[in-house]
Design a protein around this ligand. Structure first.
Ligand SMILES: Nc1ncnc2c1ncn2[C@@H]1O[C@H](COP(=O)(O)OP(=O)(O)OP(=O)(O)O)[C@@H](O)[C@H]1O
Length: 413
């Protein structure tokens, strides 16, 4: 009960808007004006906010956790994930976070994550603009962006556990890296840490809460049992154009939405684990970009980082054509999307069965959607139903670098 009143007081004074309707909120001692809604997902809203003192713009992700500790722990895994790969030029990092109690429902919490704001939007926004304006990505620029996403994935797929005592604990890493990121604001940060020790922050800093025994099939970003310096691979599991922001320079992609991150490989040792992983994929991995092995998880199989390589193939295709290859195919055939994915049934718009170019009404002429053969090959390599036939991220990077080298400068062909 006393904890509830502590939460309530903290909430009223620190985290939520003080007056209903006021577009202001405070996060760990900093005031922000809410400017507008940027986007929303299943349990979250993302707002554009402005620091009241510095006027800097940020994106604020508000994750509702209506089911108490379990859903808070899930949101906290996303917080940890933002710190895990920081700093990386192609992976989003968080600026700050806090957990707040819900005034009307004591069991419910809200996790706020402050993120850098990317004003150019994401790859899906560019795809939409291309469809409306009948324009296309310049191929070289697209492949440079694609290479940046591959590099972000390399950091995840080849992640090395940080060294030092406690280095094998992801939450410790998260705190350490976050501390580094906040050096410029050291005094304020120190006060925030003290505040966390006293009030609402206790919830997020309590390691025991993060280390509860795992249920069969539960996925965490824990690094237990992996020595510092050893590889602890992670799969993003929700690669899609909407999760790739464009940096303000317009050149670099920024991989975001780390809520689906999961350790890899995951050996599927039981039927219940297979179903748990399948359910998790249904919840977190967007269907048209989801790998076939996540639609029908087989006992005895292993789910690994190749799920992201598949999603990369779908993402590249969507940038070239406007839609995921399987959305495209199921629209064409009227068949179910999952059957198209499981059967690897997709093609480029100017191709017929067996990858042969479609003929036009003009005798001897074939259709041409203007996509370079070398780029088509990258898509083909990623979209192999058999996981062992897909390249790993290192091989993919080599292939993409080769493609970029051979492509003419945009606008010069
Ligand atoms: N840092 C940011 N800068 C600018 N816009 C952002 C930022 N983060 C998120 N957005 C916008 O908010 C939308 C939703 O963000 P995000 O994908 O993190 O939420 P989600 O609830 O996890 O969504 P999903 O259901 O796709 O998993 C994004 O598609 C994007 O348009």
């Amino acid at each position: 009960m006393s904890q509830y009143f502590l939460d309530l007081i903290y909430t009223l004074t620190n985290c939520m808007s003080c007056f209903p309707g006021s577009p202001q909120l405070k996060i760990n001692n900093r005031s922000f004006k809410i400017l507008r809604l940027l986007g929303e997902g299943g349990f979250s809203y993302v707002y554009l906010v402005q620091d009241a003192s510095s006027e800097a713009l940020y994106a604020l992700k508000k994750i509702r956790c209506p089911f108490g500790q379990e859903s808070v722990a899930h949101a906290m895994k996303e917080v940890e994930a933002y710190a895990l790969f920081s700093p990386h030029p192609n992976i989003i990092h968080s600026v700050d976070y806090c957990v707040s109690a819900d005034r009307s429902d004591p069991g419910a919490k809200t996790v706020y994550i402050l993120l850098p704001y990317y004003r150019r939007g994401n790859l899906q926004d560019i795809i939409n603009a291309n469809l409306v304006n009948h324009t296309k990505f310049p191929e070289r620029r697209l492949m440079v962006l694609f290479l940046g996403v591959c590099k972000a994935l390399k950091a995840m797929h080849n992640y090395k556990v940080q060294g030092g005592p406690g280095g094998a604990n992801s939450l410790n890493n998260a705190k350490r890296v976050r501390g580094e990121a906040a050096q410029a604001d050291h005094d304020a940060e120190e006060e925030v840490e003290q505040r966390r020790g006293r009030g609402q922050g206790r919830e997020v800093d309590d390691d025991s809460e993060q280390q509860e025994p795992l249920m069969d099939g539960e996925v965490t970003i824990s690094q237990e049992g992996v020595a510092p310096g050893e590889i602890r691979a992670y799969a993003h599991r929700d690669i899609k154009p909407g999760n790739i922001m464009i940096d303000d320079d317009g050149e670099q992609p920024i991989l975001m939405d780390l809520g689906s991150l999961a350790p890899a490989p995951t050996p599927i040792t039981s039927r219940s684990l297979a179903l748990a992983v399948q359910d998790q994929a249904a919840e977190h991995s967007t269907m048209p970009y989801r790998a076939p092995e996540l639609f029908d998880v087989k006992t005895g199989s292993t789910i690994d980082t190749k799920v992201d390589i598949w999603s990369l193939g779908c993402t590249l295709y969507a940038c070239l054509v406007g839609k995921s290859p399987f959305e495209m195919r199921s629209d064409e055939t009227g068949g179910s999307l999952s059957l198209c994915v499981l059967g690897g049934d997709w093609r480029f718009p100017d191709e017929g069965a067996g990858g042969k170019k479609k003929t036009t009404n003009q005798p001897g002429q074939t259709e041409d959607s203007g996509i370079s053969e070398s780029i088509r090959d990258v898509v083909r390599k990623c979209l192999k139903v058999e996981t062992s036939e897909r390249p790993d991220v290192d091989e993919l990077i080599r292939i993409v670098e080769g493609v970029i080298e051979e492509l003419p400068e945009d606008g010069s062909s």
